[in-house]
Design a protein around this ligand. Structure first.
Ligand code: NAP
Length: 243
């Protein structure tokens, strides 16, 4: 197993949930980590930096500062993302569509492009996709669209990287209990709670474990994709609840 001692990593979406857990896991394995998010004050990394993935200047500033502070780059984890609303598509708005696609798709692509210029040989990119990027569910059209795009981008980039010593993985989780639903329902705690009611969801640490697994395979092994769901779910839309 290849360890992470002495490796350097950038993690986006580091202020909460899955990204925050990944920062913790990487640091416990000996990596030096720069985390980025808009709420930088919440980030517990070696370097906590402000980042808005929807803003090109913010991304450029973040990547150059992170790489300078880390002294190079071995690992990029793209975890920043969000959904807005759980409504039929005809209730969708221009603003929500822009926010979801700019964050989940353009933001991830932008950060990847900027980081690739610095990624050392033996480097690794991990995208946090979703089961929503593999199978559609009702009333989630923009989020589903964005995560299908992430999967498309991951596989297109895999083609372009072929022949270069850089590995690429998509980790596609199902139900994970984080602030994701609080954001999706715009702060409505009751609605957010119903998402996790009567089912044992996965934890952010469960997903961080998957990321660590992919990162610590021998250098000649590329884990292309890891799909993980709560035991009581078979898709983003089908969840067995005890209540
Ligand atoms: P979360 O707790 O709400 O965390 C989302 C993270 O994304 C936060 O750190 C947030 O930071 C960051 N973020 C959002 N917009 C950003 C922007 N414009 N610029 C920079 N950072 C931004 O939700 P989570 O569940 O951990 O989500 C992390 C990833 O996992 C997302 O890509 C999500 O789609 C994916 N995912 C989640 C689940 C689930 O069930 N929870 C399942 C499958 C996939 P700031 O708000 O501080 O900027």
């Amino acid at each position: 197993m290849a360890g992470l001692e002495g490796k350097t990593a950038i993690v986006t979406g580091a202020s909460s949930g899955i990204g925050a857990a990944i920062v913790g896991a990487l640091r416990r394995e000996g990596a030096l980590v720069a985390g980025g998010a808009r709420r930088a004050e919440r980030i517990e990394a070696d370097h906590a930096l402000e980042l808005d993935v929807t803003d090109l200047e913010s991304c450029e500033r973040f990547v150059s500062e992170a790489v300078e502070r880390l002294g190079g780059l071995d690992v990029l984890v793209n975890a920043a993302g969000l959904a807005l609303g759980r409504d039929p598509f005809w209730e969708s708005t221009e603003d929500d569509e822009r926010a979801v696609l700019e964050t989940n798709v353009n933001g991830l692509i932008r950060i990847t492009r900027l980081c690739l210029a610095h990624l050392r040989d033996g480097g690794h990119i991990v995208n946090i996709g979703s089961v929503a990027g593999r199978q559609a569910y009702e009333k989630g059209s923009l989020y589903v669209t964005s995560k299908f795009a992430v999967r498309g981008f991951t596989y297109a980039l895999r083609e372009d990287l072929l022949g270069r010593p850089i590995r690429l993985t998509t980790v596609d989780p199902g139900l994970v209990e984080t602030d994701f639903s609080r954001v999706r329902f715009r702060g409505d705690e009751d609605q957010a709670r119903t998402v996790y009611a009567g089912v044992e969801a996965m934890t952010p640490d469960d997903i961080a474990d998957c990321v660590l697994f992919a990162l610590t395979r021998p250098p000649h092994v590329n884990v292309d994709e890891l799909v993980v769901k709560a035991l009581a779910q078979s898709s983003g839309g089908r969840i067995l609840r005890s209540t």
